[in-house]
Design a protein around this ligand. Sequence first.
Ligand code: ARG
Length: 574
Amino acid sequence: MPSLTSLLNDRFALALELSFGEDFTRRDPVIRSSQFADFQANVALPLAKELKSKPRDIATTIVDNLDLADICEPPEISGPGFINLTFTSEFLASTLNQGGVVEAESEASGQRIVIDYSAPNVAKEMHVGHLRTTVVGDALARTHEFFGNTVVRQNHIGDWGTPFGMLIEHLLDVGIESETAQDISANPNAFYQAARAKFDSDEAFATRARARVVALQGGDEQTLELWERLVGFSRIYFNHIYSLLDVTLTDDNLAGESIYNDDLAAVCQDLEDQGLARISDGALCVFPEGFTGRDGDPLPLIIRKSDGGYGYATTDLAAVRHRVRTLNADRVLYVVGTPQAMHFEMVFAIARAAGWLPEGVEFEHVKIGNVLGDDGKILRTRSGAPLRLAELLEEAVARAKTTLQESNAEFDAEEEAVVAKAVGIGAVKYADLSVAHDTSYTFDLDRMLAPIGNTAPYLQYAGARIRSILRKADGDAFTTAPIHLGEPAERDLGLALLGLSDVIAEVVAGSTPHRLATYLFDLAQSFTSFYEQCPVLIAESAEMRDSRLRLSQTVLEVLEAGLGVLGIRVPERM
Ligand code: ARG
């Protein structure tokens, strides 16, 4: 379905051309939603400056050449020269009647988007930071697919580097088949900490661990096998979390640091050959332009340590090349915590300087803010240990279940489990997605699970209520009945429904899933007002009843599609 704003954009293109000549055809008419009309076009203000004329006169000229008679009321000029635009109810209704409200593809669709997200570390617990990169990344992946882009998911797990020496030696010490080893899949931190403690206190172990790193990086077969086992145990753990979270990541999306091992020397060589890298204090460094430390000295990105080892930065440089050359990305999103902003700025700057970023390929760090506890600090357990993500999610589901049991809905055990999961996990995900990704928020299960307010349960309940209305409609003749938008509440709802494709395009352009959340919340509120003001099942006439049923059904479709894009399910009943 064409979006309402692109329709207006097309009409304005013609009017601008007729008014000021061909050079102005492609001028952005600056169409925004408006308090006083459905939309307003603000283009007259910047044009007036440029053409040295009064904004109101410019607006008048545009309106004189604007042909909107088939879709809008006559446009009005307000204030200094805003053009207020209000669609006719007939046009809104006929657009709804054509169907296709949940289609969001446009001329801009069809890009290849590589999304780097989740990216936990092997033999370590996922923390709330990973929760958020996983949830936001997954929502962006789904949004791009809904928009008609091709998404390549890259789970850049931390599966390589010096800690693997001690982890492998510890694995050998405890025995690969031992319970301690298996326990990595359930409780990864314990294993990591035991290895770490031994490394710090036992010199002989530390020596073995160091030798093991060398063997690993040298490709020693037996060492690689042991490493595989470790990664395998962690994979079980990650997949458990992913299935709890209901995200789309699979083993096929694993693209950990290790896959770049063979490219690291070449990356360094290339940067040296181009004169971009040089030895400083024994380490090979790049000093990208424009980056200075507190003392004003150029800031290095170390790409090869003095002991010859490569690190996180080199891996990311190799990943840039892989994403451009092999994955053929048009755009790459890195959904990673804000503290890594500088790292990515430097990596992108170096890649650009080295000529690895072709014109037109976009690299973007989608910065993820912190999840805080009641005390305003990064969320931890009472004892101060990092929070166990699985426990947190299980608690959300358990609380959702308790609430369901207290409500009067009668579920069998199976349905109760399904609904509790949809609500509990949906609530946690929605809390993540309904705030701008780069701001922090407080993790508060009570608020997330509240049935009113901007929460998943509120939206899910709106969906479940519509389902229940439609079930009572006996028959589905209404699904093809024409929609009329007679009452103001009906018109508001109709207009809101037609906004989905615009908001999807906005999320795609700006990586802002919270805009979709806001849209869905507003839509659910419009539905609530409509339902309060317009009887549906007991409407005055059969025609009106069918129109309202179909309108309600369209709300359900949009809610389901929108929440689906955010990775949240709408239960059959609640
Ligand atoms: N594993 C890293 C961490 O836990 C995140 C990796 C993000 N992606 C990347 N390409 N560097 O902080």
